[in-house]
Write a protein that binds this ligand. Structure first.
Ligand code: AMP
Ligand code: ZN
Ligand code: FE
Ligand code: FE
Length: 274
């Protein structure tokens, strides 16, 4: 039987991606995939639209989310798969995270102002459009205003984690995010652990209910993928993978670039309440 593939990590215009939710199944189909998970930051707004487009193209859309959390000084991202995106409690909690992001964007602009750069929040919100506001939109605004020449330069000089205008988000703890995903019937998975370098935290996350690790990611070398595959095996966790697609020209990679076996979807489905 021919192997089929999935991309389990993508962002749309509902957070900081450049492709609309309606386009995701088409992009997935063109990349030769059988399924695609939509995993926007702190929102599930894209899911209904992506599902509808997927049903027309016979591409399976997996409802997902990516929640940012903080543990000590480490930003840890938790992916959730097969969540009930209509769950009221879940919706209310992530709505608060979005409010925090707006407040934080304003703080970043205040810092930029102190550096002599005047950007108005409306300029950023115009770029964000329907999306949950994030640093990529601020980066685009800085490019548009001619403050920097490129998206990457905006991060390198100003808003990257070590930049002078960086402000962290108000974040959940990993335990809260894992619990929130679980109560919405979903499967919590640690995103791109190779970007965090804190493997000793994994047993703690497992104790809190983590069910999987994203082993395939553009920031992971083949060695790191293998390393996290071994860790997953040790703790009996499911392995996942994806491109962390944000759209053309916006960091990272093309949808479906990695050969992520569709089998992972079946495993996630079994672990969920679906
Ligand atoms: P936020 O959630 O607002 O903190 O923004 C995080 C997003 O910004 C990530 O998902 C990436 O798309 C992007 N990002 C973070 N760091 C960088 C960087 N150094 N260069 C380019 N993009 C970045
Ligand atoms: Zn993003
Ligand atoms: Fe992430
Ligand atoms: Fe992501």
């Amino acid at each position: 039987m021919e192997e089929s593939y999935v991309d389990l990590h993508t962002h749309t215009t509902c957070s900081d991606g450049l492709a609309r939710p309606e386009q995701m199944p088409d992009l997935a189909k063109k990349a030769g995939l059988k399924a695609v998970a939509v995993t926007d930051h702190d929102t599930t707004r894209a899911i209904d639209r992506a599902l509808q487009a997927g049903s027309l193209l016979n591409i399976e859309v997996i409802p997902g989310v990516e929640l940012s959390t903080m543990l000590d000084d480490n930003e840890i991202h938790i992916l959730g798969y097969f969540i009930d995106w209509q769950n009221r409690n879940f919706g209310e909690k992530i709505r608060r995270l979005r409010e925090g992001r707006l407040f934080r964007a304003e703080k970043i602009l205040a810092r930029l102002k102190r550096l002599g750069i005047n950007l108005h929040i409306d300029q950023v919100l115009e770029i964000a459009g329907e999306g949950v506001v994030g640093r990529p939109h601020i980066a685009d605004a800085l490019v548009r205003e001619g403050v920097v020449c490129s998206y990457d330069e905006a991060f390198d000089r100003y808003i990257g984690q070590h930049g002078p205008a960086y402000v962290p988000k108000r974040l959940l703890s990993p335990a809260e995010a894992i619990g929130l995903i679980a109560t919405a019937g979903g499967v919590p998975v640690l995103a791109h652990p190779g970007t965090v370098h804190r493997d000793e935290l994994i047993p703690l996350l497992v104790k809190w209910g983590l069910k999987g690790i994203e082993i395939i990611h553009p920031m992971h070398t083949p060695q790191l993928t293998q390393h996290y595959q071994e860790i997953s095996r040790r703790y009996g966790l499911v392995c996942t993978g994806g491109s962390d697609y944000h759209g053309k020209g916006r960091l990272l990679n093309e949808i479906g670039k990695y050969k992520v076996p569709y089998q992972m979807v079946e495993t996630l489905r079994r672990l969920s309440s679906w």
